[in-house]
Design a protein around this ligand. Structure first.
Ligand SMILES: [Zn+2]
Length: 156
């Protein structure tokens, strides 16, 4: 293998190296993922005892799963459709409050590439505010938003 590498295009060598690293990383995670969960739980317990363990490992995970399911169920039943998406997606303010902005689900369906879900000034979107902060410190780049032309196409 070593004597073949100089014959390969340098970009191809990088790509092959990346692919091998990705395969090895996936194999490592697949074999050890339970240790990561238990290890993180042990660190949390060591840090703050049983209350931290309950809040960080139990309540946080339960909250995360349930609000995700809430967006994908409630926001297809209740709320308003601001955009012509041809589906059942809806903007729901109370889901947006508990999901930090993910409840503006009709906006998400209309402009799935958009980093911002709350497109109106009054649509509170905490995730968008975090992205704005990350952008301001240079940690987020190429942040996508819907153009006015695209908004006109989806206008209801
Ligand atoms: Zn949806």
């Amino acid at each position: 293998m070593i004597h073949i590498l100089p014959l390969m295009d340098f970009g191809l060598a990088i790509w092959v190296g990346y692919l091998i690293a990705a395969i090895l990383w996936r194999r490592f995670i697949k074999r050890t993922y339970l240790w990561h969960i238990f290890g993180f739980g042990a660190l949390v317990y060591a840090w703050g005892g049983f209350p931290y363990f309950v809040w960080i490992m139990g309540v946080r995970n339960t909250w995360g799963y349930h609000v995700t399911f809430l967006v994908n169920s409630a926001c297809h039943i209740w709320g308003k459709q601001a955009w012509n998406t041809g589906d059942l997606s809806r903007n729901n303010w109370w889901v947006a409050v508990v999901t930090f902005g993910e409840g503006w689900h009709n906006n998400h369906h209309a402009f799935e590439y958009s980093a911002r879900h709350g497109l109106e000034w009054w649509q509170i979107d905490l995730c968008w505010y975090v992205i704005c902060f990350l952008k301001s410190v240079g940690l987020a780049t190429n942040v996508k938003l819907p153009t006015e032309a695209h908004k006109l196409k989806k206008f209801k």
